[in-house]
Design a binder for this molecule. Structure first.
Ligand SMILES: Nc1ncnc2c1ncn2[C@@H]1O[C@H](COP(=O)(O)OP(=O)(O)OP(=O)(O)O)[C@@H](O)[C@H]1O
Length: 295
């Protein structure tokens, strides 16, 4: 476990190091010990080993000494109130935060034995291993085929057209989209429904054979039927990939994930088997959140 540098009393948007009173509808004496996460944050089969991770936006510390393992082929859900740092932490896993100039990441972040933040790291290669699907479907304004073929082309994964065709077909099949689009691969992707576009983005992400797929609220722009399709897909994909999903829906976390991580004010408060988090959480802040007392 990590060193515990300070003790911070819960609640929102206060200066980092201050101990501040909680709001009335929150547990009165709840404290979060920095760097201390209850439950089972570590694994014997880690794909990611993340230790004492801190993320700063300028002077403001958005992630506070988080340590966590993410296991191979697990689906882990990140949940917590708005602004608690779920997306910020997720984006560290493939250095998506690099594009934000004021953002600085500290600590040790390893993918297998590779230091993700090594200065010499090829970020394009890293993102091929750790793909990402965003909140809003963001297909390129190109054909369905070219969206999926884009990554394999830039990474030189296919020498012949027939190889590329095969990658495109397999990726669309894995994303549960092949039957719907096989007769219109040349049609523009932006003409598809929102749910189809999101499955296309998943096909695009898996076309470069990533080991990990990060999903940042992938269903928040979708209707319940499209959401159900993506959730089925997550279950199928978890046989081949490690999946990290940020979600505001506790029902979704309960349906799709093996472990759930509860974030609060930049701390990782609790990580446990999903069933345990939702039936008998160990930390009172987790309990307050899942019972709807705040969030
Ligand atoms: N680009 C940025 N510049 C400055 N501060 C940022 C930036 N992105 C996020 N933050 C801040 O970092 C903290 C964590 O934000 P983040 O988006 O990671 O939280 P979240 O839990 O994913 O929230 P939500 O559920 O609302 O998407 C917040 O205080 C937020 O205001």
């Amino acid at each position: 476990m990590n060193t515990m540098n300070s003790t911070i009393t819960s609640e929102a948007s206060q200066p980092d190091e201050a101990a501040v009173p909680v709001q009335e509808d929150k547990p009165a004496e709840t404290v979060i010990e920095e760097g201390k996460t209850v439950g089972k944050p570590f694994s014997d089969n880690a794909k990611f080993k993340l230790r004492d991770v801190e993320v700063f936006y300028g002077e403001s510390r958005a992630i506070k000494k988080i340590s966590l393992d993410i296991a191979r082929n697990e689906v882990i859900a990140f949940i917590g109130p708005s602004g608690c740092g779920k997306s910020t932490f997720l984006r560290c896993l493939n250095r998506m935060n690099d594009s934000i100039e004021i953002c600085k990441v500290k600590g040790s972040l390893q993918l297998d034995d590779l230091d993700i933040y090594d200065n010499k790291r090829d970020v394009v290669e890293l993102r091929a291993r750790v793909g990402m699907v965003f909140q809003k479907p963001n297909p390129f304004p190109k054909s369905i085929y070219d969206n999926v073929a884009y990554g394999p082309r830039i990474h030189g994964l296919a020498n012949r057209k027939s190889d590329l065709d095969e990658i495109v077909e397999n990726s669309l099949r894995k994303a549960g989209l092949w039957e719907e689009v096989k007769d219109r691969l040349d049609a523009t992707a932006t003409g598809m429904s929102g749910g189809q576009q999101q499955r296309l983005c998943i096909a695009r992400a898996i076309a470069v054979s990533p080991e990990v797929v990060l999903m940042d609220e992938p269903c928040s722009a979708l209707d319940p039927i499209a959401t159900a399709k993506i959730e089925e897909l997550i279950a199928e994909l978890s046989e081949s990939y490690t999946i990290v999903i940020v979600t505001h829906s506790m029902q979704q976390a309960a349906r799709v994930s093996h472990r759930t991580a509860y974030f609060h004010l930049g701390h990782l408060v609790e990580v446990n088997e999903t069933n345990k988090v939702f039936t008998s959480p160990e930390h009172e802040l987790t309990e307050s959140y899942i019972t709807g007392r705040f969030g």
